[in-house]
Design a protein around this ligand. Structure first.
Ligand code: ZN
Length: 178
C-alpha cells in the first residue's frame, strides 16, 4: 500500500508510463508540480490536452501537423523533386535540424517488423506509391533507421518503387534501436 495521497499516486502512475521515467523520477516530477505556481502546472496539463485535440497527420506526408499540410509541405521554397522516406516524425525533425536537405518527406509511421506484427499494410506505403505516381520526383531517398527493421523496410520500399523506374538512394540515419 502506498502512503501517498491518491491524486499524487495517480499522477506518479501516469508519469511512470512515459519512456525513461522510473518510479523515482516520476515522484520527483510530481512533487515538483506541486511546488510550482498553479498556472505552470495547468499550462502543462493544457498542452497535453491540446496535443491530441490539435495535432493531426499531414495530408501529403504524414508528418505531424496542426494544419491540413505540415510546415514542410506548405513551404513553397522546398525542392519538390526530392522525396525522403523516414519512419517517424522524429526522424524528419532530426534531418531538418541538419538543414542539409531541402526536399519533401514521406513518413511511413514505423518500420516493417514481423516480430512486432507490423506488415506493409500498417505503414503508409500505398500512399507513398500513389504519391510517387502523382508527383514528379526525380529521386527517392530512403532514410529509414539503420537497424534490421529499417534496412528491411528500405529494401521493401526500393522494390516497391522499382517498377516506376524512380531511382532510390539509401541513406542510413538514426541510432540503431538497442
Ligand atoms: Zn507534410
Amino acid at each position: 500500500m502506498s502512503n501517498l495521497a491518491a491524486p499524487l499516486e495517480r499522477l506518479i502512475n501516469e508519469l511512470r508510463k512515459l519512456p525513461t521515467v522510473g518510479r523515482k523520477t516520476a515522484q520527483r516530477l510530481a512533487f515538483h508540480l506541486l511546488k510550482v505556481p498553479e498556472e505552470e502546472s495547468e499550462a502543462l496539463a493544457r498542452a497535453i490536452g491540446e496535443l491530441r485535440r490539435r495535432i493531426r497527420f499531414c495530408r501529403d506526408c504524414f508528418n505531424l501537423s496542426e494544419e491540413e499540410l505540415c510546415p514542410v509541405c506548405a513551404d513553397p521554397r522546398r525542392d519538390r523533386t526530392q522525396l525522403c522516406v523516414v519512419e517517424e516524425p522524429v526522424n524528419l525533425i532530426s534531418i531538418e535540424r541538419t538543414s542539409a536537405y531541402r526536399g519533401l518527406y514521406h513518413v511511413l509511421g514505423g518500420a516493417l517488423s514481423p516480430l512486432k506484427d507490423v506488415g506493409p499494410e500498417r505503414l503508409h506505403l500505398r500512399e507513398l506509391v500513389e504519391r510517387v505516381q502523382r508527383e514528379r520526383f526525380s529521386e527517392v531517398i530512403l532514410a529509414t533507421n539503420s537497424n534490421v527493421e529499417g534496412e528491411a523496410t528500405a529494401v521493401y520500399v526500393s522494390r516497391l518503387l522499382k517498377p516506376g523506374g524512380l531511382p532510390t538512394t539509401r541513406l542510413a540515419q538514426g541510432l540503431p534501436a538497442g
